[in-house]
Design a protein around this ligand. Sequence first.
Ligand code: PRX
Length: 659
Amino acid sequence: MSEESEGELEARLPEGESFEPPESFVEQANVTDESIYEEFEENWPDCWERAADLLDWEASYDQVLEDGDAPFYEWFADGTLNASYNCLDRHVEDGRGDEAAIEWVGEPTDETRTYTYQELLDEVQEFAAALRALGVEEDDVVTLYMPMIPELPVAMLACARIGAPHSVVFAGFSADALATRMNSADSEYLVTCDGYYRRGDPLNHKDKADDGLGSVDHGVETVVVDRLGDELEHDLGDRQRGYDELVGEHAGATVDPVTRDAEDMLFLMYTSGTTGKPKGVKHTTGGYLSYVAWTSHAVLDVKPEDTYWCSADIGWITGHSYIVYGPLALGTSTVMYEGTPDYPEKDRLWEIVDDYDVTQLYTAPTAIRAFMKWGEDYPARHDLSSLRLLGTVGEPINPRAWKWYYKHIGDESCPVVDTWWQTETGGMMITTLPGVGDMKPGSAGPPLPGVSANVVDTNGDDVEPGKAGYLTVDKPWPGMLRTLYHNDDRFIDEYWEEYSDEAAGEWVYFPEDGAKIDDDGYITVLGRVDDVINVSGHRLGTMELESAIVGVEGVAEAAVVGGDHDIKGEAVYAYAITEDGYEGDDDLRERVVEGVEDAIGPIARPEAVIFSPELPKTRSGKIMRRLLEDIANGDELGNTSTLRNPEVVDDIAGKVSDD
Ligand code: PRX
């Protein structure tokens, strides 16, 4: 057990802030040859056949990339395949039916389930048959509002099998958020559950689902998984069926995988953007699946014999791509954990790594910061020597947290891949290849082979190394979103308008992140430059938050900004002006917090609600958010002379420091 302090650790690690991939890793890595960068560049876009080759196609495609209608690109068009066949049947046909597909670990320490590939295939077929019997047809959107229980990936793959796109809504989202997404997608089917465990207590989920259904503007058939049994009784209402009973009715069913075109929608995933309405990101069958299989192979180094663990929630894109589709397409064993890292004790993750001999761990910087705070004794209690690779995703990781992870979890013998990507990109875009490139803590790394990313100024010209600019991507990639559901105009506006030269046919994707690049082409992502806050790696739109707050009786106006937070990265700071006749007191503060939880969910809970008679505004009436951020962070305040009402600033700052 190491007793080393943080300071000593930093001192021990090389000064140059660059780490070579450990030799033991390189010896066995899936990708080790540096020439892959050149090869992909010279051979672009055909290089992406290498990703498509990881899948089994029913009919092969004619063309890798069709760009005639850019930026509505098509990948592997005319090729046909089925995602569930690729994630299940083909592994069973290869004689691997008895190997573990999903290792599910419940929050209660005595509850685990292993699904072999054969068992998973059987249940997926039974549930696919059940969905069909309920009326689900090809291209119907099925909403899955479920926590981390095995029936979630079963339902995803059952949808994929019958060509019905799924739309997973994170279980922590509120009833309102569920209804908004079901209405937006015209989704007439819902799969949900009675509840799940959180830190030892059963948590009712179905009440929230029922509340949401109350605000859906069309009829819905609902399936309810009984996760909690006697711990939480629940009733089934009209047009609601129990999962077990339904699956029982279709015991032993076989359902042939439906032939899907490469460009057919595999799923929708809603994410936050600049405006108040969440965006329905559309991902396709061929390009997306090829891309997540390829990046799982090249970056996460996944091999069939591994026990790989991504600790994200399947309700977010990370779980879709790197718990379900990527790992299962490659036929590995993927771990799924229901609970939180601190239950029953703060070593739960390390206990799971130890028990299952986990080979790769992919988690978020917010979790690593919490582990650091809890201290190195927790991981030191367990044998973590099975680990071969570590990964992070979701937000920038500071070098201190990176080094802590590298040393205390990876024992300095696992490469750390800091992977930059987004819901929209489908899979990883910027990261080192762990068997090839040196790692620089705090910097994600170069763009992956075949990915063309740059850091530019507002004119779109490359910025000098070391200077901050905007991240752009000037070539398409197979995992990219194809559009925003039923909203092609918004797709262009949000992602392509800023830097493209439409007349010249040059399309440049703008992810709305700031970044800098160094002399070696390594990119450090600095965070969002739009009105999105990244709380614990989760994207929250300030407009969505503000509209929730002004929906509270007694609030006239609101502005929300992200303030620095030790563990969460950013936290929600809400500034609100009260309506005449209302006091900015604890009662109203409580109602603001509830308003946010009802509209979005507990993840969006404000860290502080500050009432003020006015918000700082420019002469043209724009709220000075930067100033509100400085106030939230306790930073020195910048120039206030351009304000129409500079006098409010000291007043607000005083209130924040009083809190
Ligand atoms: O700001 C970037 C940040 O997370 C945003 C994407 O959020 P979301 O669509 O929810 O997907 C998260 C999981 C892929 C990005 O625009 N982000 C993601 N990964 C990193 C990151 N920022 C810095 N470094 C990363 N590795």
